[in-house]
Design a protein around this ligand. Structure first.
Ligand SMILES: [Zn+2]
Length: 133
């Protein structure tokens, strides 16, 4: 999950792509009694700009499994998420920052896992909830 900016710049490769699988820490799953099944697939592209800032497009895909928020039956949902982030060599309080040498994507990926999670998990889109008679 490292982009070696110095090396890329030395090779004059100012853009590129990446793809890896990530074992997400269990604490990042917000929904109660839900888990990410297997690994989070992460892919994307990066571009190194003249001022050493680096734009990164992140794409995430993972399977969330747990219980339906309405009826408590087993439920799972494939989550696909895409986001553009920017790394600056100085912290501006808004974007990610890095030391000008290497970018560690872990924080951005963890944030993307948090942002991408649905508020509720449903067994089916038209679940009516527990049927009380
Ligand atoms: Zn349900």
């Amino acid at each position: 999950m490292i982009i070696d900016v110095v090396r890329q710049t030395a090779l004059k490769k100012y853009s590129g792509s990446f793809s890896f699988e990530y074992d997400c820490p269990a604490g990042l799953v917000i929904l109660p009694s839900a888990d990410i099944v297997g690994k989070v697939k992460v892919s994307g592209e990066f571009e190194i700009y003249d001022d050493d800032s680096v734009g990164v497009r992140l794409r995430l895909s993972y399977l969330l499994r747990g219980v339906c928020s309405y009826c408590l039956e087993p439920a799972e949902q494939r989550v696909e998420y895409e986001d553009d982030v920017l790394y600056l060599t100085e912290d501006d309080g808004e974007n990610y920052s890095y030391n000008g040498l290497k970018i560690d994507l872990t924080t951005a990926v963890n944030d993307a896992v948090l942002f991408s999670q649905p508020q509720i998990l449903l067994c089916s889109p038209d679940c009516k909830g527990i049927d009380i008679k």
